[in-house]
Design a binder for this molecule. Sequence first.
Ligand code: DSN
Length: 413
Amino acid sequence: MSAIQTQDSEIFEFIEHEKKRQKEGIELIPSENYTSAAVMEACGSILTNKYSEGYPGKRYYGGQENIDAIENIAIDRAKKLFGAEHVNVQPYSGSPANTAIYFALLNFGDTVMGLKLDHGGHITHGLPIAFSGKAYNFIQYEVDKNTGKIDMEVVRKLALEHKPKMIVAGFTAYPRDIEWKKFKEIADEVGAISVADISHTAGLIAGGVLESPVPFFDVVMTTTHKTLRGPRGAMIMCKEKFAKAIDRAVFPGLQGGPHEHIIAGKAIAFGEALKPEFKAYAKQVQTNARALAEAMKKRGFTLVSDGTDTHLILADLTNKGVPGKQAQAVLDSVGITLNKNTVPFDSRTPMDPSGIRLGTPAVTTRGMKEPEMEMIADWLDRVISNIEDTALHAQIKEEVKTMCLKFPVPGII
Ligand code: DSN
């Protein structure tokens, strides 16, 4: 960072503060993680200087011999990691990737099914005020009020009633594994294209902890920076018969020059995920999430669906008498970062919801295990049960920092 320090002390200072925040605090936002130093080096490399519209072997500008080689490595490693027939590694992030899938395979106004936002879906899964909800006729399915889980019979009935052209399965705030095979059966029954958004669980799928939809779904999208632990970005995997349409929709349909420095970071992250250590990491992410969920339940937290199968926990704080927004702010002040979140059938608003969403990808990357999950649950409980006690918060902040400094963050010296 010496060049930034010399040239731009203003930005340097904020990066240093952020480094300290990341080192001394507990990161529980389930969509965040720590990339390796190697991934960060690629993202900060001279590859950012290059324009490469097109695809390997078919670019519009010259000087592509190294870029083509890097992008091909990223594609090959992604294929090996997930067993995909075709991979496009160019999407800038999850929302552009999902939009590209719709643009490739639907006409505006077509009927699509997706999980409702406040039931765990994403804005690109048909939120009425988002592009997805405006451009397409999204029919939104919900979780069951009693179990907090997706009821596949309800999904089937909706599909039979609305005959969607596409069914999107996947989530950003749903703690349970998805019944991919049942989704695919329903899609086949109504003649819909099956799309899986595995952004949250891609690392757990690559690590063999959760079942993969890649072998049988038509299209599978993932971001690369969550449990997969790569740089911020996304990729689309699909059956060969959709390859041309997907590639055309990404470029030139929606994007211009791909970010090849990020694609190099993706290639490195996929290489890391192909190593045996990554399997152990993925397993521990899930073990930690289960341990944290149990430890929270023991302390009176109400969990949506009563637990987790993944890396993600959604807690309804109604019985604790503390809204999610306040919990997020006070926990932030003690060095514990998570996010406020709506819970299914929430009576409050998205900006001031009833719940919090948390997860274990980042803490597991630091090497934390079950004993630390118990400590984290204890801090969550003590802060939330004593939300006005600033003296206690100051004490917990020190305890959090002491524990965190025992677990170095990869990539941060
Ligand atoms: N913002 C991401 C998440 O936190 O899940 C999804 O886009």
